[in-house]
Design a protein around this ligand. Sequence first.
Ligand code: RIB
Ligand code: NA
Length: 300
Amino acid sequence: RDAALVVVGSANRDVTVEVRRRPGPGETVFGGDTRTSTGGKGANVAVAAARLGATVAMVGSVGQDVAGDELLSALREAGVGTRLMRRGEPPSGAAYITVTPDGENSIIVSPGANAALGAEDVHAAREVLAGAAVLCTVLEVPLEAVRAAVRSAVASGVRVVLNASPVVALDAGTMAAADPLIVNTHEACWLLGREDDQAADPAGLARELRATGPRAVVVTCGGRGAVVADGSGEVTWVDAEPVTVVDTTGAGDAFSGALAARLAAGAGLVAAAEHAARVAAISVTVRGTQDSYPTAADVP
Ligand code: RIB
Ligand code: NA
C-alpha cells in the first residue's frame, strides 16, 4: 500500500523567538535571534511518525512560494509522501512563536494556504486513505476537510486518530469516530464546556470526555504523562520520564504522530501511548519542533 498512516492537516513556516517574558499590550520587549523552521501541527505529526519508521502520506496545502517549497522538502526529507499536497495561492501558512525560559510557548497561526484545504483534496486522497491503517487529523485546517477525511476513513474501516488542536466545537459524528480523541487538559475542559481548571483530575476528564462519544480518549498532561480511557471505559495512567524541558513547542504533535505510527503498526492503545510519551519527552529536551523529533533508534 501507499501509506500505513495518512495525515490530514496543516503545514506552517515557524518563526520563533525566545523571550524572558511575553510583552503586554502596548509593550515592547527584546528577544533572542529569530529561528525559522518547518512546522504546522499536521506536518509535525507526519514527520514525527515517519522518523519513527511509519510509511506516511500527507494531505495538506501550501502556497506557491519559497516557504511552500521548503515545507514540501522537509516532508520529503523525513520520508513523508507529498503527492497529495495541494499547492495554491501564496502565502504559505506561518506561525509566530514565543518561547519562555520555562520552555512554554505561545503561538499565533496565520493559516495562509492551509485555509484552502477542502473536501475535494480529501476526495482526491480517498484511495490512499482507504489503503491505510490509520488516519490522523488535526484541526489547524478547515473543519470541512477534517470532516470529509473522517467520513471517508470510517467508510473504509480506517482507524481515526483525532488530535483536537487547536480546539473547536466538533459534530457528534466526528467525535464518535475518534479512536482515540487526543487532547490536553485545557482542550478537554473546553470540549466539556468547563472552566479551564489546571487542578482538574485528568482521569476524570478522560472518562467524562469518553462518555460524550469518542471510542477512546487520550488526555495529555505534559510532564505528568497522559491518561488513556479506552473502549471498555477503563482508565490507565501513562507516566512520562522526568526530563529537562527546553522547548515544549510541537510536543503534542510528536505525541500524536508517535501514537498514530504505533497504532498503524498494530500496537494496542496503552502501549502506543507509552511509546508516544517517551517520544514527546525526548522532543521537549531539544529546541524546535520537527528538528527535535527522534528516530526509532533514539527511543529507549
Ligand atoms: O504545535 C506546534 C505547531 O503549532 C508549530 O509548528 C506551529 O506551526 C503551529 O502550528
Ligand atoms: Na522540541
